[in-house]
Every structure is written in structure tokens, then in C-alpha cells.
Design a binder for this molecule. Structure first.
Ligand SMILES: Nc1ncnc2c1ncn2[C@@H]1O[C@H](COP(=O)(O)OP(=O)(O)OP(=O)(O)O)[C@@H](O)[C@H]1O
Length: 273
């Protein structure tokens, strides 16, 4: 998909693979193009170039980054209303209340729920009709760690039931939650594939050394925990550094460095595991 807003290219030839029973995680910082990408997937934005293959609208569940529920309806009313909107007859609202962990809050107004509970309810609303494709825009941003875990459990459960799930996140470590990850930066795909495949596809070598008080040693260096990391495209690491096996965090940084330099980073598209 390629999407332009005036002269601004929001997405440049971005591919997001999604398949039944699979979770695809779209990772990127603010303005990377995640929301635009997801809006294309569900049909709210039409790509200027490229195409999207998706199920019928009634077979899609979508939760935007903000909202997605009625604040002046109770939890139970929200679910019942979503079911009737989708034309689902005899929806098992009680089962969905249990599934999203909100049975004890069924009579609370949507607007009175904590942030984490609101997100879980939104996901429940998007799942009530048993969609073939579930698209979630940053469901875990700003959510407490327990709710975050529960949200990912909901995502895994939906996939286990056969749904294709696409989730956007700003947290690189969440890429490991999906079989596939697409790392986006400024509308471009930095890397795509399984998290392990992306990490294994880092060209050259990555090294580490303890960080003193000194300034960043050079363009290819970044801070990681208590130390410095360095990327050497040629594989020759600077003296005093110890080689490390790059993880997804390192791969994301190397991909961004490589994109800046216009050289190859972790491979895109072919990193199947
Ligand atoms: N309707 C629009 N009109 C003009 N520009 C837009 C529009 N929607 C998005 N953009 C621009 O496209 C780029 C990608 O935005 P998008 O919202 O998809 O990013 P994002 O990764 O979801 O980030 P965020 O989490 O900050 O929303 C940004 O530069 C944004 O300003």
C-alpha cells in the first residue's frame, strides 16, 4: 500500500501480511504510519497505490487508537449494542463478559472504567461477531502491565479461534507476540518477518562495551542498558567491544541506521522462520 496526504507520503509500498490464526504486529514510533496502515486494512482509507485483500466489512473487527466504546452505556449494554449493530442474533454477551474479564463490571458505565478495562471492552466489542479479521490500533499503549498481559491473551485467544489479527504497537518487545512483525519508520518498512528472523537478519556484527561518562562514540553507536552497542556493517568490530547476538531491539536500531545510510539493513520480506 502507498498512501499520500497531499505531498506527504504516509505509507510507501508497505505490505502487511495477515493470515487466519496468525498475529501480525505492526511496530513503529509516533507518526510511523501505523494508524494509516490499519485504516487501509479495514477500508477506511483507500491506498493511492497497491491493494488490500480483506474479508467483507461485516467480518472485520476494528478498534481505533482512541475510543471504540460508548461511555454512556454500561459494559453489558455496550456488548449487546455491538452485537445488534453487527446483526448477531442471540449473542452470548455473558460469555464475552467472562472472556474479557469484565463480568464483575457488567453494570458500570463505559466511561467509568479504568483505561485497561476500556481497552478490554473495546476488544470484546470488536470480537462479539466472531470476525475473520481483527485489527487493533495500539491496544496496549499506556495500559498497566497486568491489563497489557490480559489484552495479549485476548489477542492470542482470537487467533487460536481462527481469526487473523493485526495489532499496532509502539513497543518493540511486543513484536515477539506475533508470528510476524512489520517494523515501520516514516511510512517505510524497515524490516518484516518473524521477530527471530529479523534479529537473525542483521547484517555485519553488533558489539557491546561498558559505557563510561563519555559522549556517544559515533554514528553507529547507541545506548543499551548500562552499556554501548555498536553496529559494524562490515562485521569488523572496534577494539574493546565484545560481539553480541542482536535481538529485535538491536535489529530495529540497525534497520533505522541502515535506512539513514541508504544501505541494506535486516532483510525485509524474506525472513521466514
Ligand atoms: N488525514 C491525514 N491528513 C494528513 N496527514 C495525515 C493524515 N493522517 C495521517 N497523516 C500523517 O501521516 C503520517 C502517519 O500517520 P499515522 O497516524 O498513520 O502514524 P502512526 O504511526 O499511527 O502514529 P501515531 O501513533 O502518532 O498516530 C504522519 O506524518 C501523519 O501526520
Amino acid at each position: 500500500m502507498t498512501v499520500r496526504f497531499g505531498s506527504r507520503v504516509a505509507l510507501a509500498d508497505v505490505t502487511v501480511p495477515a493470515e487466519p490464526s496468525g498475529v501480525t504486529v505492526v511496530v513503529g514510533g509516533d507518526g510511523a504510519g501505523k494508524s494509516t496502515c490499519l485504516r487501509c486494512l479495514v477500508g477506511l482509507v483507500r491506498p493511492d497505490e497497491g491493494r488490500v485483500s480483506r474479508p467483507a466489512k461485516t467480518r472485520i473487527g476494528y478498534v481505533p487508537a482512541t475510543g471504540g466504546l460508548y461511555t454512556d452505556l454500561t459494559v453489558e449494554e455496550n456488548l449487546a449494542f455491538a452485537a445488534s449493530s453487527y446483526g448477531v442474533r442471540g449473542a452470548d454477551v455473558g460469555a464475552m463478559l467472562d472472556r474479557v474479564g469484565l463480568a464483575g463490571a457488567r453494570d458500570r458505565l463505559g466511561g467509568r472504567l479504568s483505561g485497561g478495562m476500556q481497552r478490554k471492552l473495546s476488544v470484546g466489542l470488536a470480537l462479539i461477531h466472531g470476525p475473520d479479521l481483527l485489527v487493533l490500533d495500539e491496544p496496549t499503549t499506556g495500559v498497566d502491565p497486568v491489563s497489557r498481559m490480559e489484552l495479549w491473551r485476548l489477542v492470542s485467544g482470537a487467533a487460536a479461534g481462527g481469526t487473523a489479527v493485526v495489532v499496532a504497537t509502539t513497543y518493540v518487545n511486543e513484536a515477539e507476540r506475533g508470528a510476524r512483525a512489520v517494523l515501520l519508520d516514516e511510512g517505510r518498512v524497515l524490516a518484516s518477518g518473524s521477530a527471530a528472523g529479523i534479529a537473525a537478519g542483521v547484517p555485519g556484527a553488533v558489539g557491546r562495551r561498558a559505557a563510561g561518562d563519555g559522549a556517544r562514540p559515533g554514528d553507529e553507536w547507541w545506548r543499551r542498558g548500562a552499556g554501548w552497542r555498536v553496529w559494524s556493517p562490515s562485521g569488523d568490530l572496534p577494539e574493546g567491544t565484545e560481539a553480541v547476538r542482536p535481538d529485535l531491539h538491536d535489529a530495529a536500531i540497525v534497520a533505522a541506521l541502515a535506512a539513514e545510510r541508504g544501505t541494506g539493513g535486516p532483510s525485509t520480506g524474506s525472513t521466514e522462520e
